[in-house]
Design a protein around this ligand. Structure first.
Ligand code: C5P
Length: 258
């Protein structure tokens, strides 16, 4: 059913997330560093400017992954396990079950319907997010991979199937967030990587990018940002600047003003 909200009583843009998420938790930092020691140093440097950490493949391969999860949880931080599970459903199920009880908020699966179902059924207390189409891939990459549909159609079909499989949401570019929100309303969590502050546009491998503001106005619930923060001259200041932008977007009444 199409999303019916065209205007909101608080004057906020119609697609802006209404989920009860504190604005400072809407920024997820991609902790793509090589060791747990390096990660802990970054967390200490960021202090309150980052609340939510995404732990991906690089830090996983660096060792001490579970200890790092516990260390972050002991400090009140939220954790996103981004290992993009892809295997036979039984193995995906058993891998997801290993995360239960560790205080993890999100985990990603990059697979077909059966894998997604197995992951969703095994998850207790954590939410499964389905990867739609990596934000580093564009239409010509998809053609190379043998897909004959558009990026948008593939994202929309994968998102619909993820919901049917019992997943809580999707990882999707802010570019497709708008249509996802219109199609599914608040039923779907939308986590958008490929976010580039205006001054960082088109400098790396991310092809389908949006700014912080665009991502949220198009309906993202969370954004994932890595390199624009990590490679900034002052990462903590950069994180804080993004937090300020997010606070302004979600501040009640912010969109009444011209
Ligand atoms: O450094 P950058 O801001 O590009 O970080 C993007 C992060 O989001 C990386 O950790 C990458 O693994 C992840 N990601 C992505 N696209 C997806 C899913 C995850 O870029 N579709």
């Amino acid at each position: 059913m199409p999303y019916s909200a065209t205007s909101r009583p608080d004057g906020a843009p119609p697609l802006l997330s209404t989920k009860n998420i504190p604005p400072r938790e809407r920024l997820i930092f991609a902790m793509d560093v090589s060791s747990a020691d390096e990660a802990k140093k970054l967390v200490a440097d960021f202090g309150d400017s980052i609340h939510f950490y995404k732990l991906g493949l690089q830090i996983f391969m660096g060792g001490g992954y579970y200890d790092l999860i516990q260390w972050l949880r002991d400090r009140g931080k939220s954790v996103f396990v981004d290992l993009k599970f892809f295997d036979v459903p039984e193995t995906v199920k058993l891998a997801v079950a290993q995360l239960n009880g560790r205080g993890v908020t999100f985990a990603t699966v990059h697979g077909n319907q059966e894998m997604l179902k197995a992951a969703a059924a095994a998850a207790h207390g954590l939410k499964i997010l389905a990867v739609t189409v990596l934000t580093s891939l564009d239409a010509s990459d998809l053609r190379d991979l043998g897909f004959e549909c558009s990026v948008k159609d593939l994202v929309l079909s994968r998102a619909r199937r993820a919901l049917e499989a019992g997943c809580a949401g999707v990882i999707s570019s802010g570019l497709e967030a708008e249509q996802l929100r219109r199609n599914h309303g608040d039923k779907l969590l939308i986590v958008s990587p490929g976010v580039r502050p205006v001054e960082n546009r088109r400098v790396d491998d991310q092809k389908r990018i949006v700014t912080v503001e665009e991502a949220f106005l198009k309906g993202a619930d969370y954004i994932v940002v890595g390199r624009p923060i990590r490679n900034a001259p002052d990462p903590r200041q950069k994180a804080e600047d993004i937090q300020q932008s997010i606070a302004q977007i979600f501040e009640p009444g912010a969109h009444d003003r011209t």
